[in-house]
Every structure is written in C-alpha cells, then in structure tokens.
Design a protein around this ligand. Structure first.
Ligand code: AMP
Ligand code: ZN
Length: 134
C-alpha cells in the first residue's frame, strides 16, 4: 500500500465504499461524483499510480473485471451504452494517483460528453506518427 493513498485504503476496505464487485485483486466501487447513474471505478488492490506502473497481471485482468461488471450493469440498470475511461497523468485528467478504470453507463439523452474534438492532420503527419510508433 502507498502512504496516504485513498484508493489503496478503499481497495483494502479500510475506508468504506459502496462496493459492487470484489475479488482477490480488484475492488469495484461506485464513484462519489458520478457522471451518470451507476458510474463505477475499478481499483486494483495493489498500488500502481497509473497504467505505466500497473503490473501485467493486473493489466490483463482489469478488462475481464470491466466486462463482468459491465454485463451486470447492462442487465440491472437498463443502460443504453457504456464508456470505459482511464486517465493517466494530470494532463490527461487524472486526479487520484492510484490506477483506476471508470465504467460510465450511458443513457439516451443523458447529456454527458466523453468526447474530444477531432483534428485534421495531413497524411504526412499521420505517416510520421506511424513511423515513430511502429
Ligand atoms: P480521475 O479524474 O480519473 O482521477 O477520477 C477520479 C474519480 O474518483 C472521480 O470521478 C471522483 O469522483 C472519484 N473519487 C474521488 N474520491 C473518491 C472516493 N473517496 N470514493 C469514490 N470515488 C471517488
Ligand atoms: Zn494506492
């Protein structure tokens, strides 16, 4: 556990939370400031600040947990869609520095926006990025 990490304490059960799923490696809690009804956070029990620090085992399993919880949400909440959001670093909007994945149920006309403004790069720029990353 990292010192003074609130999500470590929640994941360990030291701070109460509204837990909707738990296994040996993860706890899934309701977000206290939900974007929509049912907004939940998957917390690994082992501290990692972000995706870059997340052990491979947790990285592999987090999507399986997301899938399980999403299926339960779909059945019980009557939602129309779902956003998975995972922020890394302040610049990306991360405010709690313990890895977490958001599950945000989406409803027709909920008015939420998990979107960005598309840009229009040249083919050369796209090629350059492709070269840089492959
Ligand atoms: P992020 O911006 O990706 O770091 O998201 C942090 C999320 O954690 C926000 O949606 C907050 O509403 C949520 N949050 C912060 N503290 C708590 C808490 N004690 N219990 C539940 N959710 C929390
Ligand atoms: Zn932590």
């Amino acid at each position: 556990m990292a010192d003074n990490c609130i999500f470590c304490k929640i994941a360990a059960g030291e701070i109460p939370s509204r837990t909707i799923y738990e296994d040996e490696a993860f706890r899934v809690i309701l977000d206290l400031g939900p974007a929509t009804r049912g907004h939940a956070l998957i917390l690994p029990k082992k501290h990692a600040a972000n995706l870059f620090e997340l052990p491979e085992e947790d990285a592999k399993n987090v999507l399986l947990v997301a899938k399980k919880v999403a299926a339960n949400m779909k059945e019980k909440l009557g939602m129309d869609g779902l956003n998975l959001v995972q922020n890394n670093g302040e610049v990306a909007g991360q405010t709690v520095m313990h890895f977490h994945m958001h599950l945000i149920p989406r409803y027709q006309k909920d008015g939420e926006m998990v979107l960005w403004t598309p840009t229009e790069p040249s083919a050369e720029e796209l090629d350059a990025v492709k070269e840089q990353l492959s």
